[in-house]
Design a protein around this ligand. Structure first.
Ligand code: FNR
Length: 347
C-alpha cells in the first residue's frame, strides 16, 4: 500500500478501535474528588447560566467536541454529523489532525470542510501536529475558516505506533506557529496528560492555551497496540498523568493561561469537577464518538440535551449560578490524590 493510503487507513482504524475499546467507565480520577453540595443554594434553576468564555469568545456551554478525525471516507460522514451536533448545541468543535490534508488535499478536503459547512457560524478548531510549520498550520486554519488552532503533542502515541516518529524536537516549531498564525493556538496532548514542568516550558515559548488531555478515556497505548502486530505496548499508559492529576499540575498557571481539560469525560459531574479543578472548558472525544458511532445523530442530540440539563441540576445542587461560581464549591480529595499532591509539591 502506498504511504499516503496507509495514513488514510490509520484514520479508519483509529475511529473503529476507539469505539471498540470505549467503556462507560472513566479512569481519569474524578472518583477521587468529592464535590460537596450546598443545602442552601439560594437560587432559581432558570437563573443558572452555563455560558463561558472560550479563548475570548462567549460560548453557550462549558464543553466542546475535541479532535477526532478527518482524511478518510468514514471520517467525512463522522465529521459531518459531529458538526451538526456541535451546531445543535452551539459548542466549539475540533477537526482531527490535518496532516493528511496537507499531503493529500484533493483526496481528503471534503472530510475536513464538512466541519465548517455543517456549522457555518460555529467555533471551529483546526488541528496539526507539532512538526507542522507555521505556513502549513495557516493552510489548515484557512481551509476551515477556523477560529483557533490546536497543535497536538503526542510523543507516547508516536512511540507506540508501528510507523510512528522517532524524533521529537517540537518547542521551536510550536513557538514559531504561535507567533505567526492568525488565530489563538491551543497546545494539546492526546490522552496522556501534561506535567507542570511541560506547562512551564510551553508558557516560556509564548503558549497561552493548553488542553492537558489526560489519561482516563481514549487510550492510544491500547489503540496503537491493537494496530501493532509485533509489540503489546498497553503498559505505556502507566506513566501518563490522569486528567485530574494533570489539572492539579496546571494549578499555578491557571491565572495566567487558559487551561482546558479533556480525557475520560463521561458524565456531567466530570465536567463540573474539571471546571472546579481549574478548567475553563472541557473537551470530549470518546464519548461523542461512541454516541455517533453506536447510535445516531438524533439519538446523540437527545443524549447531549439531557447532559446539559444535568449540568444545570448539579450547578443548582452546589449553589452555582454561573460557571465562575463552580470554582468556589468545596471539594475533598481522597488519600491517593493527597499523596500525589504532596510528592509533586502541589498545594
Ligand atoms: C483522537 N485524538 C486526537 N487528538 C488530536 O489532537 N489530533 C487527532 O488527530 C486525534 N485523533 C483522535 C482520533 C480518535 C479516534 C480519538 C478517539 C481521539 C485525541 C482526542 O482529541 C483526546 O485528546 C483524547 O481522545 C482524550 O479524550 P477522550 O477521548 O478520553 O474524551
Amino acid at each position: 500500500m502506498p504511504k499516503q493510503d496507509a495514513q488514510m487507513q490509520r484514520k479508519v482504524e483509529h475511529l473503529f478501535l476507539a469505539e471498540k475499546f470505549f467503556t462507560d467507565e472513566s479512569f481519569a480520577d474524578f472518583d477521587s474528588v468529592r464535590l460537596l453540595h450546598d443545602a442552601l443554594p439560594e437560587l432559581r434553576m432558570k437563573d443558572i447560566d452555563l455560558s463561558t468564555d472560550f479563548l475570548g469568545n462567549k460560548v453557550a456551554l462549558p464543553f466542546y467536541f475535541n479532535a477526532i478525525t478527518g482524511g478518510s471516507k468514514p471520517s467525512a460522514k463522522f465529521n459531518s454529523e459531529l458538526a451538526q451536533l456541535a451546531h445543535h448545541l452551539g459548542i466549539p468543535v475540533s477537526s482531527g489532525s490535518m496532516g493528511v490534508y496537507l499531503r493529500l488535499p484533493e483526496e481528503t478536503r471534503e472530510s475536513f470542510t464538512t466541519l465548517r459547512e455543517n456549522n457555518p457560524d460555529g467555533f471551529v478548531i483546526a488541528n496539526v501536529s507539532a512538526k507542522a510549520n507555521a505556513k502549513q498550520a495557516q493552510v489548515a486554519i484557512d481551509l476551515l475558516k477556523a477560529d483557533a488552532l490546536q497543535i497536538h503533542i503526542n510523543a507516547l502515541q508516536e512511540l507506540a505506533m508501528p510507523e510512528g516518529d522517532q524524533e521529537f524536537f517540537w518547542l521551536d516549531n510550536i513557538k514559531d506557529i504561535v507567533a505567526n498564525v492568525s488565530v489563538p493556538v491551543i497546545v494539546k496532548e492526546v490522552g496522556f496528560g501534561i506535567s507542570q514542568q511541560n506547562i512551564a516550558q510551553l508558557y516560556r515559548i509564548g503558549v497561552r492555551n493548553i488542553d492537558i488531555s489526560g489519561f482516563g478515556g481514549t487510550d492510544f497505548a491500547q489503540i496503537e497496540s491493537a494496530r501493532n502486530h509485533e509489540l503489546d505496548l498497553t503498559y505505556l499508559d502507566r506513566f501518563s498523568l490522569s486528567t485530574v492529576e494533570s489539572l492539579l499540575e496546571s494549578a499555578p498557571y491557571q491565572n495566567k493561561m487558559t487551561i482546558l481539560a479533556s480525557g475520560g469525560i463521561r458524565t456531567p459531574m466530570d465536567v463540573i469537577k474539571a471546571i472546579r479543578l481549574g478548567a475553563s472548558a472541557v473537551g470530549m472525544s470518546g464519548l461523542v464518538l461512541h454516541h455517533l458511532q453506536k447510535y445516531s445523530l438524533s439519538e446523540a442530540e437527545i443524549f447531549f440535551d439531557e447532559f446539559v440539563k444535568q449540568l444545570k441540576l448539579i450547578m443548582a445542587a452546589i449553589g452555582a449560578r454561573s460557571i465562575k461560581d463552580i470554582k468556589k464549591a468545596p471539594i475533598v480529595f481522597d488519600e491517593r490524590l493527597i499523596n500525589y499532591m504532596k510528592q509533586r509539591n502541589i498545594n
